[in-house]
Design a protein around this ligand. Structure first.
Ligand code: BGC
Length: 510
């Protein structure tokens, strides 16, 4: 019992076993309390047997059978097809106006701005032809406040950073940019935008926790152009692109067997090259001819609102309902780096509530939403020591919690379940595109990028395993590889392709 509970003046405490919470005092003030749930010095810990029992339960909740995966693939494929036929679908299958593959001979200096989920990056890319390039870049971390403040302010910040980057890279400052020269710019904006032309894009909805007002429903290319004028940045915005489209083009530039690109990072999404006649909803493009166009699937929205196909656990439902966009991005919420740590944290909190974990310890630090970074999952999974010293470190250092070996083994196994489910669901998305495009027999390369893909141990192997579970041995024909820098290099190549296309008089109005 905590000493607070012996105080007769104390307001009613909620009946949680957790070590923290808050109560509203009669004065209207809120009092936060942090208590130990038991007073014993010798802390009772969950033993090996109880942890193993719990693990069995979570194992069945988070494991996807091959049969279930095939059902998901089927529904996914239908969704992709409907998105190509009709405008305004939940998975919007966005025509990008990137017509076909690069030749590898695109050349010149280009600027690229990449507004991602975590960072803003500005790059100067020199395309040298033969699939070669040079890149200079600066990165700026976005604050949580910036993600929620007025949309125009966000674009002003991008323009200001780009302006500073240009100044520090002019020839007189030792850089490559000639003073007074107007440079073509590719703007990578990694949120769903419906495009009427390549240099236009109306934000359908914010994802990945962004919520800047007065941006949804607006043309973000126009907002960025306004900011570029305000900060007198000497550039011409040639193309607004999605990170997946950039990744598709950049990966193909250096590895022509690439046919699909996927991002598994803070968010998740895919792009691929589609035959023009298959994009039924596409209107008249004007003068010109082309066979193909890249499609930005925005597959993170798969099964949003209806929740018919994906295996959501109660933790996934909590993540969804407490997000700033309930109901939306259902597929992404089961897969991407923004959410995996939170899913695991919610399981831990449930076991704290049930009195299984951390009895007698002060658990308030781990009870804060989103405090459990997805990077911890990778670290826990890759802890090579018998004692699981890395896991000891995470829990003591970040959450001031002591753990037993049995608990640490449980956490490691739990991280594996959550990470494995994400990889297998990702395989379902890739398989849906492979199925739709008929790539299984001939095989194809999938350019993949994002923190989860690059840093989570075994993520790629599990995607490959998932593909074999779906397709049998032929699944081995589909191979993911680390993609080239899509939002920097890809954006520059697309800006170059667009300039070349328009100079050649092909579809000049889009
Ligand atoms: C966005 C996509 C983006 C993906 C990966 C998602 O949340 O909707 O546009 O490609 O994240 O960055």
């Amino acid at each position: 019992m905590s000493s607070l509970s012996q105080n007769p003046q104390r307001p009613e405490m909620p009946s949680s076993r957790r070590g923290s919470g808050s109560v509203v005092l009669p004065s209207g003030q809120t009092l936060a309390y942090h208590t130990r749930t038991q007073d014993e010095e010798d802390l009772p810990h969950a033993n090996k047997k109880t942890m193993a029992d719990h693990l069995r339960k979570y194992d069945s909740l988070f494991t996807l059978t091959p049969q279930r995966m095939r059902m998901i693939v089927e529904a996914f494929r239908d969704t992709l097809e409907t998105g190509l036929q009709k405008k305004g679908q939940i998975v919007p299958m966005i025509p990008t106006f990137v017509f076909g593959w690069p030749t590898g001979e695109e050349k010149g200096d280009f600027l690229a701005v990449d507004l991602g989920g975590t960072n803003l990056r500005v790059c100067l890319v020199t395309l040298q032809g033969e699939g070669k390039f040079e890149l200079t870049q600066s990165k700026y971390r976005l604050t949580e406040e910036q993600k929620q403040e007025e949309g125009q302010k966000l674009f002003d910040f991008c323009a200001e950073c780009l302006g500073n980057f240009v100044k520090s890279n002019i020839v007189s400052a030792g850089g490559k940019i000639e003073e007074g020269k107007n440079i073509p710019l590719g703007f990578t904006f990694s949120y769903p935008c419906s495009q009427e032309r390549i240099d236009h894009g109306e934000l359908i909805r914010w994802t990945k926790g962004f919520g800047a007002p007065n941006t949804e429903g607006h043309d973000v290319a126009a907002m960025f152009r306004e900011a570029l004028v305000k900060y007198e940045v000497p550039v011409t915005l040639e193309a607004l692109i999605n990170d997946t489209t950039g990744t598709l083009i950049a990966s193909h530039y250096v590895n022509p067997s690439t046919k699909i690109a996927v991002i598994f990072g803070t968010g998740c999404n895919a792009a691929y090259m589609e035959k023009l006649p298959a994009i039924e909803k596409l209107g008249n493009l004007g003068e010109g001819s082309a066979d193909e166009m890249a499609i930005n699937c925005e597959w993170g929205a798969f099964d949003s609102f209806e929740h018919e196909h994906l295996p959501r656990t109660k933790y996934d439902i909590i993540v969804d309902e407490t997000s700033n966009k309930p109901g939306e991005q259902s597929f992404e919420k089961l897969i991407s780096g923004r959410y995996l740590g939170e899913i695991l944290r919610l399981v831990i909190c449930e076991l704290i509530d049930e009195g299984v974990l951390f009895l007698g310890q002060n658990t308030y630090k781990i009870e804060i939403p989103y405090v459990f970074d997805t990077a911890f999952l990778s670290l826990m999974e890759s802890d090579p020591t018998d004692e699981l010293l890395m896991i000891i470190g995470i829990f003591t250092h970040f959450f001031a919690l002591e753990t037993t070996l049995a608990e640490r083994q449980f956490f490691k196994a739990l991280a594996k379940l959550v990470g494995r489910r994400a990889a297998r669901l990702s395989a379902c998305g890739i398989a849906a595109i492979v199925n739709k495009m008929g790539y299984l027999e001939e095989g194809c390369s999938v350019g993949a990028d994002g923190s989860l893909y690059n840093k989570y141990p075994g993520f790629a192997d599990r995607v490959h395993e998932g593909l074999v579970d779906i397709f049998g041995v032929k699944g081995k024909n589909i191979v993911t590889h680390h993609a080239e820098d899509g939002s920097g290099v890809g954006s520059a190549i697309i800006a170059a392709m667009t300039k070349n296309r328009k100079d050649a008089g092909i579809f000049v109005n889009v």
